[in-house]
Design a protein around this ligand. Structure first.
Ligand code: IPM
Ligand code: MN
Length: 311
């Protein structure tokens, strides 16, 4: 986030930036991972730029950083999660449903000790994410892969039926269904076959880490979470990397690419977004961090980005 703030100060100096506690930090200061004042500030904002907020300190705790994350996504109803993965011939966009499925279904413990989480989708939830995905595919290479587990799950059979109903409105998009196990193999084996992938929350969580691994790793993977009109949330796909915390060597590329997605989708500043993307691509070549086999610190990588922006 420090890196993103440095870049924004140069690229969009007129932007009004506010910082609010969230996740692990907020649990320590407020006893709540999403304090009311943070939620209200997010609602009032044009866009939310979010840093990783987890901390293994809370792994076994009742109040966990991730709960605030899921609540914020639900409160802002950011149902479309865009996770682009690009590298060489690979150019795919995972469109992950973000506010339904296993993450938000009924859960609990039965009397006999059985623990359960349920995967639930209403047809309208599938319809709106499918529509978004078709619209995105139409603007790209016109190919949409819908990923499900329709050979086993009722929710997947619903997913498949609704995607096909919506497809009638987008004759210019080629749509295919793929079972999630096969999709994992195909992403690992020939990721360049994919254009847009649309899938439910949990499958999208897992496949987007795989797609990141195929395109340089989690240090490079950004995301944008969008609703209908309200503020979007822009955040890296990766977590807080506690193993390297405080060492000053985290790769800020995913955070900066998320900042570019924010400039583009959240603030209608496409021009600045393109400039930042190009500067990050450039810094990845000239000034790689240790996760990419280089030696640059987070600050040195950011310096390279700023130098390029000043050219
Ligand atoms: C992600 C993360 C989150 C998720 C966790 C931290 C709740 O893994 O954004 O991919 O599973 O959605
Ligand atoms: Mn994840």
């Amino acid at each position: 986030m420090a890196s993103a703030r440095r870049v924004l100060a140069v690229l969009a100096p007129d932007l009004e930036l506010e910082e609010h506690a969230f996740g692990g930090t907020a649990i320590r200061s407020h006893g709540d991972s999403l304090p009311e004042e943070t939620l209200e500030a997010c609602r009032r904002a044009d866009a939310v730029l979010k840093a990783p907020i987890g901390d293994p300190e809370f792994d076994a705790a009742d109040v966990r950083p991730e709960q605030g994350m899921l609540r914020l996504r639900a409160e802002l109803d950011v149902y479309t999660n865009l996770r682009p993965a690009r590298d060489g011939a690979i150019d795919m966009l995972i469109v992950r449903e973000l506010v339904g499925g296993l993450y938000f279904g009924a859960r609990g413990v039965r009397e006999d000790g059985t623990v359960f989480d349920t995967c639930e989708y209403h047809p309208s939830q599938v319809e709106r994410i499918a529509r978004r995905a078709f619209e995105l595919a139409r603007e790209r290479r016109g190919k949409l892969t819908s990923v499900d587990k329709a050979n086993v799950l009722e929710t997947s059979r619903l997913w498949r039926r609704v995607v096909h109903e919506v497809s009638a409105e987008y004759p210019e998009v080629d749509v295919e269904d793929m079972l999630v196990d096969n999709a994992a193999m195909q992403i690992a084996r020939s990721p360049e076959q994919f254009d847009v992938i649309v899938t439910e929350n949990m499958f999208g969580d897992i496949l987007s880490d795989l797609a990141a691994a195929m395109t340089g790793g989690l240090g490079l993977a950004p995301s944008a979470s969008l609703g209908d009109g309200g503020p979007g949330i822009f955040e890296p796909v990766h977590g807080s990397a506690p193993d390297i915390a405080g060492k000053g060597i985290a790769n800020p590329a995913a955070m900066l690419r998320s900042t570019a997605l924010m400039l583009d989708h959240g603030l209608s500043r496409a021009n600045e977004a393109r400039r930042l993307e190009a500067a990050v691509d450039d810094a990845l070549e000239t000034t790689p961090t240790p996760d990419l086999g280089g030696t640059a610190t987070t600050a040195a990588f950011t310096d390279a980005v700023l130098t390029r922006l000043g050219d």
